[in-house]
Write a protein that binds this ligand. Structure first.
Ligand code: MTE
Length: 302
């Protein structure tokens, strides 16, 4: 299927931002209408009509409630978070449960560049050039047992470095979950960089989940624990407001949030697209992921 990775980009080596920025106009032009374009031997694709946001948009307008609820709080306060040393506990229904050191993980993973849309449930969006590896590869390292059905994720909880956890906005630590087939889908990555640089703390250093067809809150930051389970795990936003945030939280313009429409979105730093634009089903990744939900009523399983 030549078009399979329409909204996905593969590149074995990270691209420096300068090179990237110099190329992107050309690439955007080449891709318009074509879906896929091979440039310099790399297959490159970009959601039509959108360009990756600049570094400043991506790193200065954030949601990371452990550091406060204002969009600028993470940039101001996340620098306090110690990210070295860092271990990820992988446990539950796996053959090799252990505390995996971040360096040991990185030594075994293949980092690629992936340009993905990010659609927040608050109805704003960006395009982010992530660097990361497929979550499926990390799970394989731990050896998923056949009884596993779901994957649970947990963010670091360190009150002395996280001013936001003083407030009971959410139950801490922040937790998330995916069905195993969602977690092992090739679009699902653990991001460790942006624009070829280490991922900044405010974006979820040293590694965070990215699930591009789901609302941004599923993409849990600064992950310290991954647990394979046979039952659906709790998720922070579902716990806080179950009628507003479902377990699946797939981007769906036909299912509104009880308090606002999800049919359109505001493109952050939009320039030409400063107005609202329509939100595509599964955030533009329907071709790749719709099959995961064929038998499901997406209004009930929102
Ligand atoms: N992860 C944790 N631990 N805490 C958070 O508050 N916010 C989520 C998600 N991951 C959040 C989190 C939300 S609502 C969004 S939209 C994205 O992170 C934002 O990612 P970004 O700041 O890198 O754009």
């Amino acid at each position: 299927m030549a078009n399979r990775w329409k909204n996905r980009l593969r590149e074995r080596d990270a691209t420096p931002e300068s090179v990237y920025l110099n190329r992107r106009k050309l690439i955007a032009g080449a891709v318009a209408g074509a879906g896929l374009a091979g440039i310099g031997g790399h297959a490159r694709a970009m959601p039509e009509g959108l360009e990756p946001n600049p570094w400043e948009d991506i790193t200065e307008y954030n949601n990371f409630y452990e550091f406060g609820t204002d969009k600028r709080d993470p940039q101001k306060y996340a620098g306090q978070m110690t990210t070295e040393p860092w271990t990820v506990k992988i446990d539950g229904l796996v053959d090799r449960p252990a505390d995996y050191a971040f360096e040991d993980i990185m030594a075994k993973m293949t980092v690629e560049e992936r340009i993905y849309r990010l659609r927040c449930v608050e109805a704003w969006s960006m395009v982010v050039p992530w660097n990361g590896f497929e979550l499926a590869d990390l799970l394989e390292l731990a050896g998923v047992q056949s009884a596993a059905r779901y994957v649970a994720f947990e963010t670091l909880y360190r009150p002395e470095e996280m001013p936001g956890v003083r407030y009971p906005v959410l139950e801490w630590p922040y937790v998330e979950g995916l069905r195993l087939d969602e977690a092992t889908h090739p679009l699902t990555i653990m991001a460790t960089g942006i624009y070829g640089k280490d991922i900044p703390n405010q974006n979820g250093a040293p590694l965070r989940l990215v699930v591009p067809w789901k609302y941004g809150f599923k993409s849990i930051k600064s992950v310290v624990r991954i647990t394979l389970t046979d039952t659906q795990p709790p998720t922070s936003w579902n716990r806080a407001a179950p009628n507003e945030y479902g377990f699946y939280s797939n981007v769906n313009p036909e299912v509104d949030h009880p308090r606002w429409s999800q049919a359109t979105e505001r493109v952050v730093g939009g320039g030409l697209f400063a107005g609202r634009v329509p939100t595509p089903m599964f955030n533009g990744y329907a071709e790749e992921v719709a099959g995961l939900y064929e038998m499901m009523d997406l209004k009930k399983n929102f």
